[in-house]
Write a protein that binds this ligand. Structure first.
Ligand SMILES: Nc1nc2c(ncn2[C@@H]2O[C@H](COP(=O)(O)OP(=O)(O)O)[C@@H](O)[C@H]2O)c(=O)[nH]1
Ligand SMILES: [Mg+2]
Length: 411
């Protein structure tokens, strides 16, 4: 009896060991990236700030400094186009999650394959050589005129940080105009934005900067815009329709008074974005371009904006069963789609079907020819996701840059 129990115990242990090795071994390894031996600093997640970095001399820097240091490397390397789709069974999701969590201490030296659909929102850290490989920029002179457009509502408390990020941009300030579109605020958003606009032109030599006020009636209260409850599903049609209206008013106004080649939409409440943001976006040579927007929670990088996605056969199939007049908003239940941050194994520029507005570049010509943010349903979508659907319908290219990460502030 006793020896039977022992045998059973040994068998169970052996089973567990086999199980562990079968499911948790590092067999996600698919896309090797050559070591380009460049000197990108190591990122160390911390609890207090977004995260800190240690450069080769061991100097601690804030993430912003790190962002600023980026883009100084001007060596062109070939891209790896290698999409490997694996299944998204329960165990492969656990494995993927585990790998991403562990990458905080051991940044990955390989690129996990693209999953069949996105099942986990944890985003891995990568070794500097890999980031360099996918983010190097050509050494060239830029001439494109850029208009940065930012809708703001009760954004007073985040505007100073936003200004700091704008000042950090490497792109020639003389080619950048900045326009804010404010409505529905109950704080000093308008006055602060006006003051900062003046700073941008007078001190930091931006081409132009100003703020417009629009009269838009709001059903979602200003208090609610600052709470997580703004994301409640039943409020999304109203909330995002008003956002679309604000964006459309702003871009119409700007195209009348200035003549940009590209407009770049940036939300004011981003914590930080890299200093080579504009050069990276231009690299895509696409009509509509977006990077993934992430957040860092206790050192763990997670997807924040779930609006940059690609349809899959399963997501198309499930939507085809919905009534025409239903609104599809991403991020509220399993949609069977693949999010941009999960498309890294495909390379530097990847096709998308939906985009978010945290950072979004649109060729100005597309807006001039009628590309808008749908204020009502367009193919069951609205606002930025609706814009992507409309852009594709109009024959424009819609792409994402999975390696270019921007970070949302704490909500
Ligand atoms: N003009 C305008 N801006 C808005 C409105 N709601 C939000 N914003 C701004 O739009 C950007 C994104 O809004 P936010 O609520 O942070 O969106 P979320 O991050 O997707 O929850 C921020 O710069 C906000 O200040 C609005 O109703 N009108
Ligand atoms: Mg936000």
């Amino acid at each position: 009896m006793r020896s039977k129990g022992k045998k059973l115990y040994v068998l169970l242990c052996a089973g567990f060991v086999c199980f562990y090795f079968y499911f948790f071994q590092d067999n996600l390894k698919q896309t090797e990236v050559p070591n380009t031996a460049l000197s990108r600093p190591t990122i160390i997640p911390t609890q207090d700030r977004m995260f800190k970095v240690v450069d080769k001399q061991g100097v601690r820097k804030t993430f912003k400094d790190y962002c600023t240091a980026r883009g100084k490397f001007h060596q062109q390397t070939p891209l790896i186009q290698n999409s490997v789709v694996n299944n998204t069974s329960f165990f492969s999701v656990i494995k993927r999650n585990k790998l991403a969590l562990e990458s905080r201490k051991n940044p990955l030296d390989f690129v996990p394959p693209v999953p069949e659909k996105t099942r986990t929102d944890v985003v891995p850290y990568f070794r500097p050589e890999i980031l360099d490989h996918y983010l190097l920029l050509p050494n060239k002179t830029y001439e494109d005129r850029i208009a940065i457009l930012t809708p703001i509502r009760n954004a007073d408390r985040v505007l100073r940080n936003y200004l700091d990020n704008l000042i950090n941009l490497d792109y020639p300030h003389s080619l950048i105009s900045v326009y804010f579109g404010e409505d529905g605020s109950s704080d000093n958003t308008f006055t602060t934005a006006a003051k900062l606009s003046k700073e941008l032109t007078d001190i930091y030599e931006f081409r132009a900067a100003s703020v417009f006020h629009f009269n838009i009636s709001h059903n979602v209260s200003v208090q609610e815009t600052q709470l997580l409850s703004r994301h409640v599903l039943r409020k999304q049609l109203e909330r995002r329709s008003k956002m679309a209206k604000s964006r459309n008013l702003l871009v119409n106004m700007v195209l009348n008074i200035s003549n940009p080649d590209y407009v770049i939409w940036i939300d004011a409440d981003l914590e930080c974005f890299p200093s080579d943001l504009i050069e990276q976006l231009l690299f895509a040579r696409s009509d509509v371009t977006a990077p993934p927007c992430l957040g860092v929670y206790g050192g763990v990088k997670k997807m924040y904006d779930r609006n940059c996605w690609r349809e899959t056969p399963a997501s198309v199939e499930s939507q085809s069963k919905l009534p025409e007049e239903s609104l599809v908003v991403e991020g509220y239940s399993n949609s069977d789609r693949i999010y941009l941050a999960d498309l890294k194994a495909e390379g530097r520029v990847v096709p998308l079907d939906g985009v978010g507005g945290c950072v979004l570049m649109v060729r100005a010509e597309c807006h001039r020819k009628g590309l808008v943010f749908p204020e009502e349903l367009f193919q069951r979508h609205i606002e930025t996701e609706g814009l992507a659907k409309l852009a594709k319908q109009m024959g424009y290219s819609v792409n994402g840059l999975p390696w270019l990460e921007v970070f949302h502030g704490k909500t």
